[in-house]
Design a protein around this ligand. Sequence first.
Ligand code: RP5
Length: 166
Amino acid sequence: MAMQKPLIGIVMGSNSDAERLKGAFEVLKELEVPFEVTIASAHRTPKDVANYAKKAKDRGIKVIIAAAGLSAALPGVLAAHTTLPVIGIPLEVGPLKGMDALLAMAQMPPGIPVATVGIGQAINAALLAVQILSLQDPSCSKKTAQYREKASKKVSTARDALTELP
Ligand code: RP5
């Protein structure tokens, strides 16, 4: 997988966000979907954000996932510089616990959409990215179905293990 060209680009606003994105990294590794991770900040390194977005498509990236906390402009700014789909993950950071980031990502001006997942929902962002890839790549569709089958089995195994009400 390390040799494969990344299809998903994950951009985080700070190195301090990495821990909160572990779920996304794990899912993409499990599904063997090649991805890359970088750090760029809409406020601290705005030129890097614009450059990343502008070059992503030509580099073969198909979907961008952008994660940030606080007043999180990152996914919106990336989306402004590319026609690739951008998925935003608002992170639970600071006194407002991610509500500020959620509103900044979800309430985009018409014309520049960001597909925003729930606060801290890194796994869903990764799965949504794989589902977008599946439009062109049937193997991604199969991987999504297998992931769901596994999740479904987990629930039924837990149900079958219930001998009495907890
Ligand atoms: C945001 O500010 C980052 O995405 C991070 O969630 C938050 C705090 O960043 P650090 O001060 O920890 O670098 O831009």
